[in-house]
Design a protein around this ligand. Structure first.
Ligand SMILES: Nc1ncnc2c1ncn2[C@@H]1O[C@H](COP(=O)(O)OP(=O)(O)OP(=O)(O)O)[C@@H](O)[C@H]1O
Ligand code: SF4
Ligand SMILES: [Mg+2]
Length: 390
């Protein structure tokens, strides 16, 4: 699809859909394993489902090792998937190199964290962009067409005047400028989807906002569907329409970014928000000191689990301050939270049976005035709020 074609497509149309995506990396076998015939694997991503829509940014948030980059690589079809499906405009797609892979990459482009590593230091910016335009058939028919396409690409990412950058080498640019070149190279394919894997985490804080604003501007002007991967849930609220939270390879919460960050439901999301350097910018609470103090009441503890033998039931249970016996054995399904359409959490706290069986408010998180109580508990409870039950 070209840019002119995409202008006719409906707004918010689903472009790419992950359905139960799963990736297990086999662990190298040792002699002992051969004898016992065990096949250990890293459960990097399990049963991940979400959609990317035209003109929308979806943030994928989680701590290191939670599987974010693996999801991006599965969407880019750089890893074969263990299970699940990937639908491009509703059609199942699986490509393994060759012409089909090039056609897929034309639509779905990946931007990596480290712009220096992704650009070849011995080649100029002109070389990188020309190569992208040529590979994807967007270089035009003449030298003039190519010059115009190169100038357009650099102008789109605000590297102007273009002639100042075209013959520069990557090391002659700043980190932010290099990331803009990497984005321009991705745009050379005229894609519909951008997978941005921590695109600003290696940049100086002062230039991060500029690159995020550029991506937001491109989303609006080119109607791109963007997956924004980050550790920083605060930036997800600023930049993304929807936010998905991952923990140990599984999705644990999702919804519109404002609701997920202002009214987090899953204990892990609350932990992520409380660990953010400046909680005030997320919760909107006036007194940051208060927020930090109250956070202790609901803070999970411990380390992320091994993904070779992940915890049974809810993977967060060894760290969760609200874990119940069933959490250790039963995998929690998604429960609608009910405060805003599309807000869900995979947590037994929101199961109507948990609340009814254990009494009103019994499953509620500990007292924490800075963090809103789980809305589902208030709804189920009917008479007593979570605050009353404490
Ligand atoms: N090619 C691979 N072979 C084996 N294991 C892998 C491979 N790629 C990733 N993993 C494992 O999968 C898990 C998820 O890794 P991934 O890179 O997706 O996490 P991440 O959330 O992107 O982390 P970070 O925030 O540090 O980038 C980790 O335990 C990692 O060691
Ligand atoms: S399912 Fe249980 S262990 Fe998991 S986050 Fe919810 S309360 Fe905690
Ligand atoms: Mg990563």
């Amino acid at each position: 699809m070209t840019l002119s074609d995409s202008a006719d497509a409906p707004v918010n149309e689903v472009v790419l859909e992950a359905v139960g995506l799963t990736k297990h990396f086999p662990v190298r076998k040792r002699l002992r394993d051969l004898l016992t015939r065990t096949t250990a694997a890293v459960h990097a991503v399990d049963d991940v489902s979400f959609v990317l829509r035209r003109g929308q940014v979806t943030a994928l948030v989680g701590e290191s090792g939670s599987g974010k980059s693996t999801v991006a690589r599965l969407l880019a079809q750089l890893h074969p998937r263990t299970a699940g499906d990937l639908l491009l405009h509703g059609r199942s797609t699986r490509v393994r190199g060759g012409r089909a892979f090039r056609a897929y990459v034309r639509r779905v482009q990946l931007i990596l964290q480290d712009p220096f590593a992704s650009l070849n230091p011995v080649h100029t910016i002109r070389y990188h962009l020309t190569r992208s335009l040529r590979i994807h058939g967007n270089a035009g028919r003449s030298a003039e067409d190519l010059d115009k396409a190169l100038a357009d690409l650099l102008t789109r990412v605000s590297l102007t005047p273009p002639e100042r950058y075209l013959d520069a080498f990557p090391h002659e640019l700043s980190g932010g400028q290099r990331q803009r070149v990497a984005i321009a190279r991705a745009l050379g394919a005229d894609p519909e989807v951008l997978l941005a894997d921590e695109p600003v985490s290696m940049l100086d804080v002062s230039i991060r906002l500029g690159v995020l604003n550029l991506l937001r501007d491109l989303k609006e002007r080119l109607d791109l569907a963007i997956l924004y991967i980050t550790h920083d849930i605060a930036s997800a609220r600023y930049f993304a329409d929807d936010t998905i939270v991952m923990y140990a390879g599984r999705m644990v919460e999702g919804g519109d970014s404002e609701t997920v960050t202002k009214n987090p439901a899953h204990p892990y999301t609350r932990l992520l928000i409380e660990s953010a350097p400046d909680p005030d910018r997320i919760t909107g609470a006036g007194d940051a000191a208060d927020v930090g103090g109250a956070a202790d009441a609901d803070r999970g503890h411990g380390e992320p689990p091994s993904l070779i033998s992940p915890p049974s039931g809810c993977r967060f249970h060894p760290r969760c301050p609200h874990a119940m016996p069933r959490c250790t054995v039963e995998l929690p399904p998604r429960h609608d939270i009910g405060d805003r359409p599309g807000h869900w959490a995979a947590c037994w706290l929101y199961d109507p049976a948990t609340v009814t069986a254990e009494g009103p408010g019994s499953a509620a998180p500990d007292a924490d005035p800075s963090v809103p109580p789980p809305p589902a508990l208030i709804r189920q409870d009917g008479t007593a709020s979570v605050g009353d039950a404490r």
